[in-house]
Design a protein around this ligand. Structure first.
Ligand SMILES: Cc1cc2nc3c(=O)[nH]c(=O)nc-3n(C[C@H](O)[C@H](O)[C@H](O)COP(=O)(O)OP(=O)(O)OC[C@H]3O[C@@H](n4cnc5c(N)ncnc54)[C@H](O)[C@@H]3O)c2cc1C
Ligand code: SF4
Length: 329
């Protein structure tokens, strides 16, 4: 591991100034992703700035029924908070289906949004990887690609966005609050993560020195009636093969509003407007759900080992919608 300077700060403003002054600085919250990657020399910051003393913890109510989640709130605390459990069940469920209890006690909301891919070639500095070393090539294309993405890929990178929480937040129209050297700004979660294109090394719109302060979730009927379903190779402590975050409001058997996001299949948390269009205004039936699932995977481009993800993601989405609507197959 490269030697680095370790600093602490108690204010968000100081954290931003310190990080802006050192182009190779990194914030550290729970450290469950950053330290992991520093140990294997994938992340090599010159300075690590501990932000855990900043007043960015907790979950609070917003006017109108929404909630604000501090960037330093822990995954476990957010999963169990009554405002989240009652108003945004999809988020509570996604968090509880993530990682392990020990990790959830340590890992923060801000750090979760910025977790890096689990692509094995990204984590092996001996092998080419455009995301880690731009221009070196992509070892996953033509290599081991069973776990890789089928939506949003490019010729430079096919790495799956591995997280669960941001998939749920994507279906909840979450807004990220950011402080940077030029002041404060907000970014919709659906615009926060970037497609790989020719620059897979640039993963989000966050600029160097910018600090995530909080995530806001607006209240909505489809947020209160929402669900997360995760399919994986083993029942716990595993990333998704496929997952579905769904929210739906049904009045007299008709779907009046819907939100759909998929995990395990996209290069970013995959909000599916195609599925939402196929749902809204239709009866909440199995036929409608199957049509929506087909629409969601319409543009999928599998590799030689992961075509199974297309029917699996479709079935995951249909099952999630069916469970939410209380429809039996
Ligand atoms: C074995 C294992 C299994 C896992 N399984 C899952 C899973 O099933 N589902 C899932 O969703 N996740 C899973 N994870 C990922 C886990 O959720 C993340 O590691 C964790 O959420 C990262 O949070 P952290 O606070 O530890 O981040 P850190 O490691 O402290 O930081 C991660 C990154 O975020 C930056 N950062 C942190 N906070 C801020 C901030 N406020 N502003 C700006 N930048 C910031 C850091 O500089 C760093 O680049 C797993 C992790 C492990 C190790
Ligand atoms: S898929 Fe992306 S992260 Fe994986 S080897 Fe290719 S470029 Fe690297």
């Amino acid at each position: 591991m490269r030697t680095f300077e370790f600093s602490r700060t108690k204010t968000a403003g100081d954290a931003v100034v310190m990080a802006t002054a050192q182009p190779e600085a990194k914030f550290i919250a729970g450290g469950t992703n950053l330290v992991d990657l520093m140990r294997i020399n994938v992340e090599t910051p010159a300075q690590v700035i501990d932000i855990n003393a900043l007043p960015l913890k907790g979950v609070s109510a917003l006017p109108g029924g929404g909630v604000r989640i501090g960037a330093l709130a822990r995954m476990s605390e957010v999963a169990e908070h009554p405002l989240v459990v009652n108003g945004f069940p999809v988020l509570s469920q996604a968090l509880l289906l993530s990682a392990s209890p020990q990790l959830r006690n340590k890992a923060s909301i801000g750090g979760n949004l910025l977790q890096r891919t689990r692509c094995p070639y990204f984590r092996d500095v001996a092998l080419p990887c455009n995301k880690r070393e731009p221009g070196s090539g992509c070892s996953a294309i033509g290599g081991e690609n069973r776990m890789q993405a089928i939506l949003g890929t490019s010729e430079a990178c096919i790495a799956t966005y591995a997280g669960d929480m941001a998939v749920a937040m994507s279906a909840l129209d979450a807004v990220i609050r950011i402080r940077g050297p030029k002041g404060d700004r907000t970014v919709n979660l659906t615009d926060f993560h970037l497609l790989p294109g020719n620059t897979p090394n640039i993963e989000t719109v966050l600029q160097h020195g910018e600090l995530i302060l909080a995530v806001d979730l607006p209240a909505a009927p489809h947020a209160a009636r929402s669900l997360y379903l995760k399919v994986r190779d083993r029942a716990s402590y595993e990333f998704a093969l496929t997952s579905a975050a769904v929210g739906m409001n049904v009045v007299a058997g008709q779907i009046t509003s819907a939100r759909v996001a998929l995990g395990g299949v996209g290069t970013k948390p995959w909000r599916s407007s195609e599925a939402e269009v196929a749902l809204v205004g239709q009866p909440a039936t199995e036929e409608t759900f199957v049509r929506a699932a087909r629409a969601a995977l319409q543009s999928a481009k599998p590799q030689n080992q992961n075509a199974f993800k297309i029917p699996l993601a479709q079935r995951t989405l249909v099952k999630a919608l069916r469970q939410l609507a209380g429809v039996t197959a």
